[in-house]
Design a protein around this ligand. Structure first.
Ligand code: SF4
Length: 458
């Protein structure tokens, strides 16, 4: 790969490219009284002119992928039914709060874990609990995440019957060497079958692909891309592997040289460029920085992502363990343990582990690199400090962004540096919180990666 270290816009790349905003980090959170605090906010009869999303977490998987950053377990046989029961109770409780009662829900995402471990009758039970307790917007989007190992026609039919209209499944890589490294057990036939079912029953089918893999070459990236393009799904989400978020055991194999090291920072940036160029030249458009949608796809949005990475007034509510919610003035996390979650819900306590008060008026600006553009009128609504506009000027002078009369827009060069731009735009207190979170994770996982963009491989 042709590395060019002249005129680097940034000296380092961030250790984390995916995070919720505001970042909790070292900022003061409420723990013991978190359920009561969240209850107060949910009791406010507040409407919003923004988007509203629901996320439901199903933390069960049949196999564990070694890179996986999500909360999950394979020991679920005895917990599946009580967990679904608890989710149904949480749906009823949340939907009856003044904040959500009668609110139109724009998008729902059932994620995990592997929600397709649910049996058809459990899918219907959960789905009917959602549709009978929440009001869905006329143009709602409802995604159900599946694993190719467990996607069957009777499950997909059950999803369709309750109103799911978008499917998503993880392929991650087609390469046998990396599949072994990550313990990915689905076959090419299962991947094809999952794609065919989703394209038949839903308006849209997304597949996830990973890159920045240890020792991955450009040729291997291109091979994965060409196989993904041949699969012909409505969209491809192409995610960089977040080493810091991966399982400690996986990282320790890299530390012990059993696996190759991650790509160097500038290789990562060049890989971004390779991927973006290839997909943009193959009939896809980049509607979000990670998401490439076919130009002729029936449904082209990903509203859930627009909300998670949305503006101050876009609110999302997570149900199930480990879920993260953000609404105007408050962010909170559900408890991360199945048993505790079920116990709290059964005692009619909101299953909240910690909460933080923070009015993130700047959220849309921090996440604008993910959406690649932000309207000036939208931004003006928040009366942001001049600090943010100075940052935008600096980014413009580095050719990372440009502006029209109405918008700030990432340049093609800015797209490949999007993670840096997000961090650049963060206010000092939030940057410190992110640094703290990164430092804690590095210590807990005994993991440090090269971050300097000027280091080149020998
Ligand atoms: S990537 Fe998905 S299927 Fe694999 S362990 Fe994580 S949640 Fe489970």
């Amino acid at each position: 790969m042709n590395l060019n270290i002249n005129n680097m816009p940034f000296d380092e790349i961030p250790a984390l490219w995916n995070f919720f905003y505001p970042v909790t980090g070292n900022l003061e959170t409420t723990k013991d009284h978190a359920p009561a605090l969240v209850k107060d906010y949910l009791n406010e009869d507040t409407n919003t002119e923004g988007l509203t999303s629901l996320y439901l977490h199903i933390p069960f998987c049949d196999t564990i992928c070694t890179f996986c950053p999500f909360i999950k377990t394979t020991k679920y046989a005895e917990n599946l039914v009580p967990y679904v029961d608890a989710l149904v109770k949480e749906i009823k409780k949340l939907s009856s709060t003044p904040r959500l009662k009668g609110r139109k829900i724009d998008s729902i995402y059932i994620g995990g874990g592997t929600p397709s471990v649910l049996k058809p009758d459990q899918i219907k039970r959960l789905g009917e609990a959602i549709t009978s307790n929440f009001d869905l917007a006329d143009d709602y989007e409802w995604t159900f995440e599946c694993a190719a190992l467990t996607t069957t026609e009777d499950r997909v039919k059950a999803m369709t019957e309750v109103g799911v209209n978008r499917g998503s499944f993880g392929v991650q890589t087609f390469n046998q060497k990396f599949k072994k490294m990550f313990n990915l057990q689905w076959s090419d036939e299962q991947v094809q079958h999952t794609r065919d079912l989703m394209m038949h029953y839903f308006n849209a089918c997304n597949m996830d692909l990973l890159y920045h893999l240890p020792g991955q070459t450009s040729a291997e990236i291109l091979e994965d891309l060409h196989k993904s393009i041949a699969l012909n799904t409505s969209s491809i989400d192409v995610y960089p592997l977040e080493y810091l978020a991966a399982e400690k055991n996986f990282l320790s194999k890299i530390n012990k040289n059993r696996y190759p090291t991650p790509p160097l920072p500038l290789e990562k940036i060049n890989q971004n460029k390779l991927i973006y160029d290839t997909l943009n030249q193959s009939g896809y458009f980049q509607n979000y920085v990670y998401t490439f949608t076919k130009k002729d796809a029936k449904y082209k949005r990903f509203k859930f992502s627009e909300t998670i990475y949305g503006n101050y007034e876009d609110e999302f509510f997570a149900l199930g363990i480990g879920g993260h919610s953000t609404f105007k003035g408050l962010s909170y996390d559900n408890v991360g343990d199945v048993k505790t979650y079920i116990e709290m819900v059964n005692k009619d306590i909101l299953p909240i582990g910690r909460a933080m008060k923070y009015h993130a008026y700047e959220r849309g600006l921090i996440f604008f690199p993910k959406k690649m553009r932000i309207g000036k009128k939208q931004l003006a609504k928040y009366n942001l400090d001049t600090y943010y506009y100075q940052k935008l000027n600096e980014l413009e002078s580095k050719n990372m962004i440009y502006q029209t009369a109405d918008e700030f827009i990432l340049t093609d060069e800015g797209k490949v540096w999007f993670a840096n731009i997000m961090v650049e735009l963060m206010p000092p207190e939030q940057r410190k919180a992110l640094e703290y979170a990164v430092g804690s994770m590095q210590e807990a996982k005994d993991w440090k990666e090269e971050s300097k963009t000027t280091v080149i491989s020998t």
